[in-house]
Design a protein around this ligand. Structure first.
Ligand SMILES: NC(=O)C1=CN([C@@H]2O[C@H](COP(=O)(O)OP(=O)(O)OC[C@H]3O[C@@H](n4cnc5c(N)ncnc54)[C@H](O)[C@@H]3O)[C@@H](O)[C@H]2O)C=CC1
Ligand SMILES: O=C(O)C(=O)COP(=O)(O)O
Length: 600
């Protein structure tokens, strides 16, 4: 059984985001001298480092709630796994500074204190289930901590529990069971209601809601649904009408809740909305307790507006022992068991372990909650452009005199693809990373890039340059322009007055192809020296021999000029950072008018 649940979960799962990259180079610069060098395969940086604890090189994963064995096994292959259940909030905060990842279910509050206490080490929070209302996403994002969940493996379990509660409530199973066990035989008291022909309103027609709808149809119910974001064709495909909220609650005999808890859904069932329902309506909640105003539900039960309720979830869990709602005779309760089947827990454990391990390896998580989710095939083709984007950001900011004061950045993406066909969120995040990291001690990743830019008053606008031609490659070039700043390398200022760098990907390798108005061509590896010189024979040799005599390995050189024998910009790729004296010698070459050393 566990195997079939795991394979069911796998069938629902998105493809894993393994990155591949060609490292072949073949260059066609304006003028270039290239040297053989090995490239290390680059990664997308989500994690600063899969942090070592100083003793072991493996990351540490704290499991704060019970997780299926298959997930633990997966995690143990890659990380030190610390299972510590029932931690108090204080104990969690104490432990967290030693952990790179944390895995929880619904019983652990991962609030701001947790992120603050982690002092930057916590890089992934894995929610072994769907609802992430117990994780402070804003705080996670601010701290650059990726939040991933396991959104598919417990869908069927939750739907089955919804149906179990629906049927048990309609036939008073729990109450009758308690009565028989108390020595009574009350056949007249526990006459139930039939399901067939009744209208069930599913509120929240997502994964669980649609599985509940499918099963309820099988029971002969008439199913309607309300979900502002659900596609009508999905509903139509299983014979469900999507209706307005008011229509759903006014016409239903049974209402089953399946939306997430958000500010918009908090207490969506309240005195007013209960007042709009049919007298004798029955409510099922396997979503979140907070979507119902529980005191209003008690009033509606007492007034007879609501005949019965079946609840798996509560605003406070566990609810107080004397809760009027829990104790109500016409209410059936379970202790948040929706996801608790053997099969679902194995599936969830595998799903979350894979997501956490992937994130710790620096891969993009398909189930990221607070970072862009990019399908595997898109990621594969964007990968070299992601690298290019970060490097252009790094170069551009280092060209700013003083490095600071960068507030207005324009990024242009030149592509033959239709704008809808190009997802630039990853690229934007990486340009932001490149722009901010060289001039601050902030660690920027996909998770916190937009937040960090906003905090620093950095306004990054994006534009598309639509090109004719084949849309085979996602992008032709990327330009990064910084406005309203001075440059320490005047030639980097374009005709329109901004610092401008432009890059392309050639055979999978990012290249700098323009600086200001000068066309160059240098592969973006190691570091770069840019020199502006009077265009004349012998310059490459002069600069090359200075670097050679100082044992600085040159990987690449290219020269872009305005016109023969006028100004030219020479771009030199170097493996080592030259000493100051070496750079000074280059600056002392008479024809060299200015130069700058840029670290990648
Ligand atoms: N009791 C339990 O153990 C379990 C509870 N759950 C809960 O069930 C809920 C649904 O889970 P899934 O179906 O997997 O999530 P889902 O994301 O697939 O579906 C949620 C649906 O709610 C819709 N929605 C959002 N705002 C809405 C609104 N104002 N009105 C109506 N619909 C709205 C969304 O468009 C989406 O289609 C979540 O709250 C989850 O935490 C899920 C699994 C187990
Ligand atoms: O997945 C969900 O949203 C659930 O509510 C399941 O919660 P649990 O992991 O069983 O604490």
């Amino acid at each position: 059984m566990a195997t079939s649940a795991a394979s069911h979960a796998a069938s629902l799962r998105q493809p894993s985001l393994k990155l591949s990259l060609s490292s072949k180079q073949s260059l066609s610069p304006l003028f270039s001298v290239s040297f053989n060098r090995k490239r290390a395969p680059p990664r997308l940086v989500i994690i600063a480092s899969a942090a070592a604890d100083g003793i072991s090189s493996k990351p540490t994963v704290l499991i704060a709630e019970k997780l299926g064995q298959a997930g633990l096994d997966l995690l143990q292959e890659f990380a030190n796994v610390d299972c510590a259940y029932n931690l108090s909030p204080e104990e969690l905060c104490t432990k967290i500074s030693l952990c790179d990842a944390l895995i929880v279910r619904s019983g652990t509050k991962v609030n701001r204190d947790v992120f603050e206490s982690s002092a930057g080490r916590l890089k992934v929070v894995g929610r072994a289930g769907v609802g992430i209302d117990n994780v402070d996403l804003a705080a996670a994002t601010e701290f650059g901590c990726l939040v991933v969940n396991a959104p598919t493996a417990n869908t069927v379990a939750a739907a089955e529990h919804g149906i179990a509660l629906l049927a048990a409530m309609a036939r008073n199973v729990a109450q009758a069971d308690a009565s028989v066990k108390a020595g009574k035989w009350q056949r007249n008291k526990y006459v139930g209601v039939s399901l067939v022909g009744k209208t069930l309103a599913v509120l929240g027609f997502g994964k669980v809601g649609s599985e509940v709808a499918r099963r309820a149809k099988g029971l002969g119910m008439h199913v309607i649904a309300h979900d502002p974001y659900a596609p009508a064709d999905r509903a139509r495909a299983i014979g469900v009408d999507l209706v307005s909220f008011d229509e759903a609650i006014a016409t239903a005999d049974f209402i089953s809740l399946h939306m997430p808890l958000t500010p918009a859904t908090s207490k969506v069932l309240n005195d007013e909305t209960f007042g709009k329902m049919k007298k004798g309506v029955r409510i099922i909640n396997v979503a979140r307790g907070g979507v119902i105003d529980e005191e209003a539900l008690v009033r509606a039960l007492d007034s007879g507006r609501v005949a019965q309720a079946a609840l798996d979830v509560f605003t406070v869990e566990p609810p107080p022992a004397d809760s009027k709602l829990v104790q109500h005779e016409r209410v059936t309760v379970t202790p948040h068991l929706g996801a608790s089947t053997m099969e679902a827990q194995e599936g969830v454990a595998i799903e979350i372990a894979e997501a956490v391990v992937g994130a710790l390896k620096g891969e993009l998580a398909a189930t990221a909650v607070n970072a862009p989710m990019v399908p595997a095939e898109v990621l594969t083709e964007l990968k070299p452009f992601v690298e290019l984007a970060e490097k252009l950001g790094r170069l551009a900011v280092q060209l700013v005199a003083g490095g600071s004061g960068v507030k207005t950045v324009k990024v242009s993406y030149a592509s033959s693809r239709a704008p809808d066909d190009l997802d630039t969120r990853l690229l934007r995040a990486m340009i932001t990373k490149g722009l901010i990291e060289p001039i601050s001690d902030v660690f920027v990743n996909l998770v916190n890039a937009d937040y960090t830019a906003k905090q620093r008053g950095l306004r990054l606008t994006e534009e598309r340059i639509l090109l004719d031609g084949s849309p085979e490659s996602p992008l032709e070039f990327i330009q990064v322009q910084i406005a309203n700043v001075e440059s320490k390398f005047a030639s980097a200022i374009s005709e329109s007055g901004e610092i401008k760098v432009e890059g392309r990907v050639k055979d999978g390798v990012p290249h700098l192809t323009k600086v200001g108005s000068f066309e160059v061509d240098v592969s973006l590896e190691g570091s770069i020296i840019l020199c502006r010189q009077v265009d004349q024979p012998g310059m490459i040799g002069k600069v090359g021999s200075i670097l050679g005599s100082e044992n600085v390995n040159v990987s690449f050189m290219s020269v872009g000029r305005v016109a023969p024998r006028k100004h030219a910009v020479m771009a030199i790729g170097v493996d080592e950072q030259p000493r100051k004296e070496t750079l000074k010698k280059i600056g002392d070459v008479p024809a060299i008018e200015e130069f700058v050393f840029l670290k990648l």
